[in-house]
Write a protein that binds this ligand. Structure first.
Ligand code: NAP
Length: 306
């Protein structure tokens, strides 16, 4: 095979990418991890992680990310801050195109994660002025105030509970009459006096001049519309894969999440997809690190056999 810059390039430094980096570094592969922002991924905006084995008291997302990054770097993993613009996967050598240069590799692991989905209710206008996707970042601004949280999944319920440490009241607006979140989170939300569930309802708009003053909601069963007076609106209605650089280079599902087999192998040989960007039945830190370990070993085997 023609010489390449690296044996392996990993895109994304969340728990999945960092774990792949740890395994690849221990296998003494010539590996580079690219991250466009700060290493850690979505756990950086997760206040407290209670379901990662080995931390019975829980651990802050920030601390867990730091520990993973430190472990990877101490093993010699090279992490570079760079955004991937596109990929050229048409030949055996994988080309990763950055802003100012291209990198070549024998194998590629895509661990670019996912980002919060928007509702189109004024996110652009009110971002930083009352609308937020990050309770860890913004909850302290809402001390003794009233906020709306939209969504019924793990993120919405977990973060709504976190918001009650600051806000005096949290409306949790969900489009059905049953939450999607895991049962232990549901139990805590139902037992929390500061949380008022607004069932069967969708957020349709935000009212306010300089900042959020209210959130318009519509009951999808009765069509009744009302405004919940609130100082903030947190939106947690699911995630979208971070794949703007992909340009159909590998196969995805209808929502854009990358299809991969049990070895994390995507539709192109030598290309692997892991963590939240992968079409997967469960998105957890524990599943992301499992994906990362499998992909690094798969990439090592792939390189040995070319
Ligand atoms: P999610 O599980 O996809 O839940 C999204 C929620 O938003 C659902 O309740 C959904 O309603 C609602 N929704 C979607 N589109 C909407 C719309 N247009 N209008 C109103 N509501 C809408 O997303 P997530 O909660 O962000 O979680 C993402 C992944 O991370 C999941 O796999 C989750 O398990 C995982 N996660 C785990 C933890 C944890 O273990 N503690 C914490 C955070 C995240 P329906 O229910 O009606 O579909």
């Amino acid at each position: 095979m023609t010489k390449t810059d690296y044996d392996l390039v990993i895109i994304g430094a969340g728990p999945a990418g960092l774990t792949a980096g740890i395994y690849a570094a221990r296998a003494r592969m010539n590996v580079l991890l690219l991250e466009k922002a700060v290493p850690g991924g979505q756990i950086l905006v997760t206040d407290w992680i209670e379901n990662y084995p080995g931390f019975p008291e829980g651990i802050s997302g920030f601390d867990l990310a730091q520990k993973m990054k430190t472990q990877a770097e101490e093993l010699g993993l090279k992490i570079e801050t760079a955004e991937v613009h596109s990929l050229n996967l048409s030949s055996q050598i994988k080309e990763i195109v950055l802003k100012d240069r291209s990198i070549t590799a024998k194998s590629l692991i895509i661990a670019s994660g996912a980002s919060p989905r928007q509702l189109g209710i004024g996110e652009d206008k009110f971002m930083g002025k009352g609308i937020s996707f990050c309770a860890t970042c913004d909850a302290p601004f809402f001390k003794e105030k009233t906020v709306v949280a939209v969504g019924g999944g793990d993120t919405a319920v977990q973060e709504a509970i976190y918001l009650t440490k600051f806000a005096k009241k949290v409306y949790l607006v969900h489009r059905r009459d049953e939450l999607r979140a895991t049962k232990i989170l549901q139990e805590r939300a139902f037992a929390n006096d500061k949380i008022e569930l607004v069932w069967d309802s969708v957020a349709t708009g935000v009212e306010g001049f300089f900042g959020v003053e209210g959130v318009k909601v519509k009951n999808v069963k009765t069509n009744e519309e009302k405004t919940l007076k609130a100082d903030g609106c947190f939106i947690w209605v699911g995630i979208l894969p971070n794949t703007s650089f992909l340009n159909d280079a590998v196969k995805t599902d209808e929502s854009g999440f990358i299809l991969a087999n049990e070895k994390m192998q995507a539709s192109v040989p030598g290309v692997f997809a892991i963590g939240d960007v992968r079409n997967t039945p469960l998105r957890q830190v524990s599943t992301a690190v499992g994906d990362g370990a499998i992909a690094a070993v798969s990439a090592e085997h792939f390189i040995e056999n070319i």
